[in-house]
Design a protein around this ligand. Structure first.
Ligand SMILES: Cc1cc2nc3c(=O)[nH]c(=O)nc-3n(C[C@H](O)[C@H](O)[C@H](O)COP(=O)(O)O)c2cc1C
Length: 153
C-alpha cells in the first residue's frame, strides 16, 4: 500500500480544509495517509520511501502561514538531502497579490533544492476564482493519482 504524509499551512482554515479533504480522498483511494498536526511538525523529516503532500496558503507578502514555519525553517536549516523523496504541492493564494501563491512556491523551491522530485504540476488555487478550493483540489487529485501510483518507493 502506498504511504503519503500530508503537511499543511493555513491561517484561516481554507488550506487545512483542502488538506483534510485530500486526506479523505486519498484514504478512499486505498492510500495509507499520515496527516501531520502542526504541533508535531517541527521535527518531521519526510521519509524518502513515502510520498509527501504539502498544502499551504500564503499570507503577508508571499509568506508562509505561521503554523508551517517551524517545519519549513527546520528543513531549511537541517537541509536533509532527499533525492528519493517524491512530493506534491497544493498552493492556495489570491491572484490580486503580486506574490501569488508565494508560500507554496517557497516550499516547492526548497524541496527541489533538497533533491526531492515533484510529481506532476504544482496546483495553484486562486481565491479570486473559486469559493470551493477543495473541489479544485479533488479534480487535480484525479489526474495526480495515476502519476503518483507509478512512483517507485
Ligand atoms: C493578510 C493576507 C495576506 C495575504 N497574502 C497573500 C499573498 O501574498 N499571496 C497570495 O497569493 N495570497 C495571499 N493571501 C490570500 C490567501 O492565501 C488565500 O485567501 C487563501 O485561500 C487563505 O487560505 P487559509 O484560510 O488557509 O489561510 C493573503 C490573505 C490575507 C488575509
Amino acid at each position: 500500500m502506498k504511504k503519503i504524509n500530508i503537511v499543511f499551512g493555513s491561517v484561516y482554515g481554507s488550506a487545512q480544509y483542502v488538506a483534510e479533504t485530500l486526506e479523505g480522498a486519498l484514504h478512499d483511494a486505498g492510500w495509507q495517509v499520515q496527516f501531520w498536526p502542526s504541533e508535531q511538525l517541527a521535527a518531521f523529516v519526510p521519509p524518502e520511501d513515502e510520498l509527501l503532500l504539502v498544502v499551504t496558503s500564503t499570507t503577508g507578502d508571499g509568506d508562509l502561514p505561521e503554523n508551517i514555519m517551524p517545519w519549513f525553517s527546520m528543513m531549511k536549516e537541517r537541509a536533509p538531502y532527499l533525492p528519493g523523496l517524491s512530493y506534491a504541492v497544493v498552493a492556495l493564494g489570491d491572484s490580486s497579490y503580486n506574490t501569488f501563491c508565494g508560500g507554496g512556491k517557497q516550499v516547492d523551491a526548497l524541496l527541489g533544492e533538497l533533491g526531492a522530485k515533484r510529481v506532476g504540476s504544482r496546483l495553484e488555487i486562486d481565491a479570486c476564482e473559486t469559493m470551493e478550493p477543495e473541489t479544485e483540489a479533488l479534480t487535480w487529485l484525479k489526474t495526480w493519482l495515476p502519476l503518483a501510483a507509478s512512483v517507485e518507493p
